[in-house]
Design a protein around this ligand. Structure first.
Ligand code: 9J3
Ligand code: ZN
Length: 312
């Protein structure tokens, strides 16, 4: 499929005249429209899945659509001042501009130790353009520890769904958390304390707590093979292996990567994060193809572990 532009009618993929329909060009415009409508109806065209899954948003995904720098939705953003909120440090909300597709799931993202929202800002438009409301936050202080970052992620989600200017665009039952380093450790803390979360994605996470059997939220952990600050052997790997074996969980170790790889635009992080958020926040099984069978090692994936098929 072509790379989507940021404008237009995102819910419908462009209909190209295929070989079987080329002869229709000779017909009157009205006849063409009727033929196209009948054809789409018989094939179960755009919108046919909406009744099956009320949370499905956007066109059917392809490898190129989830690797692209932007997805099908045009994105707007609004800044949230630290002075206007309590329990976290403000941030930036990225959201699909159009209200024509109904409500969206939402994700809060925390930076790591000494970092600010700018260090994870690339995830805002990258994920929102696929059909999520994304809140990249600042923390109360840049030195806050993972337990505090976990509480701040939840305060940010509460602000987002209860008080923010985009609260009407969000389905408050479909929420997730992400974070880098101590923010990734914070995303584990958030999922542990709020089991209603639908997805968690720690990025090169750091935490002194090495065991996470309490988590019931589907969790995708990214590690980096060259991480010397949160080495995978003492952070990402034990976090993954101590998640319940019955849980939908995955561990993706980035190849040729460092602790700070999640601080720049990264296609491997984006494509599997999009797939995980779509699969577990939107229940969108169209994305299962990118997660199962388990991705193979590649130039960018050192190792991938997880369960297939998914159970939730
Ligand atoms: O958020 C992080 O980058 C955590 C790694 C770290 O600096 O830990 C040392 C206390
Ligand atoms: Zn523990």
């Amino acid at each position: 499929m072509q790379q989507h532009t940021r404008t237009g009618t995102p819910h419908r993929a462009p209909v190209h005249p295929g070989p079987a329909r080329r002869g229709a060009r000779r017909l009157a415009g009205a006849a063409v429209a009727i033929a196209a409508t009948v054809g789409l109806t018989l094939l179960g065209g755009p919108g046919a899945h909406a009744a099956d899954n009320p949370y499905e948003r956007g066109p059917a995904p392809t490898t190129s659509s989830i690797e692209a720098l932007r997805g099908p939705y045009a994105v707007s953003e609004t800044s949230v001042s630290s002075l206007a909120v309590t329990g976290f440090g403000g941030g930036t909300i990225y959201y699909p501009t159009s209200t024509g597709d109904g409500t969206f799931g939402a994700v809060a993202v925390s930076p790591g130790y000494t970092g600010t929202q700018s260090s994870i800002a690339w995830l805002g438009p990258r994920l929102a353009s696929q059909g999520f409301v994304v809140f990249t936050i600042d923390t109360l202080t840049t030195l806050d520890q993972p337990d505090s970052r976990g509480r701040q992620l939840l305060a940010a989600l509460d602000y987002l769904t209860e008080r923010s200017s985009v609260r009407g665009r969000i389905d408050a039952s479909r929420l997730g958390v992400m974070g880098h380093s101590m923010g990734g450790g914070g995303s584990l803390e958030a999922a542990k304390s709020r089991p209603s979360l639908q997805a968690a994605i720690p990025l090169t996470p750091w935490n002194l707590d090495k065991t996470w059997p309490e988590i019931t939220t589907p969790t995708l952990i990214f590690g980096a093979d060259g991480d010397t600050i949160a080495p995978v052997a003492s952070h990402a790997e034990p976090f993954y292996t101590t998640l319940p074996s019955s849980l939908d969980r995955a561990y993706l170790e980035l190849n040729n990567a460092t602790h700070f790889t999640p601080n720049s635009s990264n296609t491997t992080i984006a494509k599997y994060s999009i797939s995980w958020l779509k699969r577990f926040i939107d229940n969108d099984t169209r994305y299962e193809q990118f997660l199962c069978p388990l991705p193979r090692p590649s130039l960018t994936i050192d190792e991938y572990r997880g369960n297939c098929p998914h159970t939730s």
